[in-house]
Design a binder for this molecule. Structure first.
Ligand code: BES
Ligand code: MN
Ligand code: ZN
Length: 488
């Protein structure tokens, strides 16, 4: 819950009062015209409090000049560099630290709508806890209600709060799916979760293809990857139609509910993190839900490519040949390069409906993390769409970096027996995966988002990002959709 208040922050009966602090010439200064005077007095001895204003720093102090039980000073870094994302991070770090309390007030550091958006998003994104498998622990319960102390009011300000609420619920839902154990979230269970997520949403239609329907439709990628598991694959289509709009966007998500590697088995170290290999599909589902809840004037169709990649007597073998929907044959040389196989089916299905634009999102390659680390995602594709994604990400505070699709690397995907092999040489592995996917989009404007690193945060929590599923991609894809909605 988030709301606006123009009351004197020192008189608010809340558990915590949050003030953003930036660094000016090496000293911490509180931001915002409504910061109560006692805060500046306290900061006169900032060193003793351990307050520097550095990004991600959260310090708590008594609040003798306020009704609140505690004053929280959240660092946003050097003042000249303060932007939407550093504010989002600062506020998110603060609300994350306030788990167990029921209410907080945040002083808006700058009185404008973009700042309100950042602060509201940060506050809500930081107030997250995945407690499904834990005994009840009130001290870890996410912060309950947040009031933003500001002179802003009226419909535009309220609309920002509503949007922040929808966005953060979408991110939280994505994190929940990623964090759910794979013995509970297998393809059929994911499809059921999708049905539940869209229940009652206006303009949204859901279709689930089970293994029989997949066989009838020629979805060889999903079937090949899923055949080693006792829990069969699914293709879920979630379509939101905005009525009269002409523009349509398709979103395709990799939904490997667990990636053991299959017969090309992964090493045991960190294999547990492969429960997050469905993060793309989770982000797609949540983005469609958010688009519908916001009533965006753009049609969006999400495709969730769900399978479990397991080794067994029925599993596919290296050297098996699959026929992807549409007829392209693929020789499976490494069963651990499974994401591209299920995405190929999803991309072909998406493109059949002639959308104006296709985005796919996947925890696709370890090479993504080698290239860009754990916090920066990669985007490849048609120049214009790729650049749209980079711009949209920049505006939302997610980090996506453009990567090329060099034609000459394509030779590496040659197969001795089929149209394509699913792996080639190791070098440029992320780009090669992108080139493989490009074979299935024809000339539809398209971008491929590889979120292998950023989708899952092994440790530690930082800013508004918890340990575990992060919800990466939701805000960027939603921003792309908003961009297209504005045009139609
Ligand atoms: N899901 C993995 C990629 C991954 C690795 C995501 C680590 C997040 C963290 C993917 O299915 C995979 O196994 N890719 C292989 C491809 C290779 C066999 C060409 C990889 O990157 O090693
Ligand atoms: Mn794999
Ligand atoms: Zn995988």
């Amino acid at each position: 819950m988030i709301s606006l208040t123009s009351s004197d922050p020192s008189a608010l009966s809340v558990d915590a009062l949050v003030v953003i602090v930036a660094q000016r010439d090496g000293t911490p200064v509180p931001l915002g015209g409504r910061v109560p005077p006692f805060v500046a007095e306290l900061l006169a001895d900032a060193a003793a409090l351990g307050v520097t204003g550095a990004l991600d720093e959260v310090r708590k102090a008594p609040a003798p000049g306020a009704t609140a039980r505690v004053l929280v000073l959240a660092g946003a870094g050097p003042e000249q560099q303060v932007d939407g994302e550093s504010l989002r991070r600062a506020v998110g770090a603060a609300t994350r630290e306030l788990a167990g309390l029921s209410s907080a007030a945040v002083v808006l550091p700058v009185e404008d709508l973009p700042t309100l958006r950042a602060v509201a998003e940060g506050a809500l994104l930081g107030a997250y806890e995945f407690d499904r498998y834990r005994s009840a622990d009130p001290s870890r319960a996410p912060l309950g209600a947040v009031q933003v102390v500001t002179g802003l009011s009226g419909t535009h300000a309220q609309a920002e709060l509503t949007r922040a609420q929808v966005v953060s619920q979408a991110v939280h839902a994505t994190r929940d799916l990623v964090n759910t154990a794979p013995n509970d979230l297998y393809p059929e269970a994911f499809a059921e979760a999708a049905r539940t997520a869209v229940k009652g949403l206006r303009g949204v239609k859901i279709t689930v293809l089970d293994e029989k329907a997949l066989a009838a439709g020629g979805y060889g990628g999903l079937l090949g990857v899923g055949q080693g598991s006792s829990r069969p694959p699914r293709l879920v289509k979630v379509a939101y139609s905005a009525g009269r709009t002409k523009r349509s966007v398709a979103l395709v998500g990799k939904g490997i509910t667990f990636d053991s590697g299959g017969i090309s088995l992964k090493p045991p170290a960190d294999m547990d993190e492969m429960k997050s290999d469905m993060a793309g599909a989770a982000a797609v589902l949540s983005t469609v839900v958010a688009a519908a809840r916001l009533g965006l004037k753009v049609s969006v169709t999400g495709w969730l490519c769900l399978a479990e990649n397991m080794p067994s007597g029925t599993a596919q073998r290296p050297s098996d040949v699959l026929t992807i929907r549409g007829g392209t044959t693929v020789e499976v040389l490494n069963t651990d390069a499974e994401g591209r196989l299920v995405l190929a089916d999803g991309l072909v299905s998406a493109v059949e409906e002639k959308p104006d634009l296709v985005l796919d999102i996947a925890t696709l390659t370890g090479a993504q993390m080698v290239a860009l680390g754990r916090r920066v995602s990669a985007v490849m594709g048609t120049d214009e769409v790729r650049d749209q994604v980079v711009a949209a990400a920049g505006a939302t505070g997610e980090q996506f970096w453009p990567m090329p699709l060099p034609e000459d690397l394509k030779a590496g995907l040659k197969s001795k027996v089929a149209d394509l092999a699913n792996v080639g040489e190791r070098w440029g592995g992320m780009l090669l995966a992108g080139l493989f996917l490009a074979e299935f989009v024809g000339d539809t404007p398209w971008a491929h988002l590889d979120v292998a690193g950023p989708a899952f945060n092994a440790r530690p929590a930082y800013g508004y990002t918890p340990v575990g599923g992060t919800g990466t991609g939701v805000r960027t894809m939603l921003a792309v959709l908003e961009g297209h909605a504005a045009r139609s």
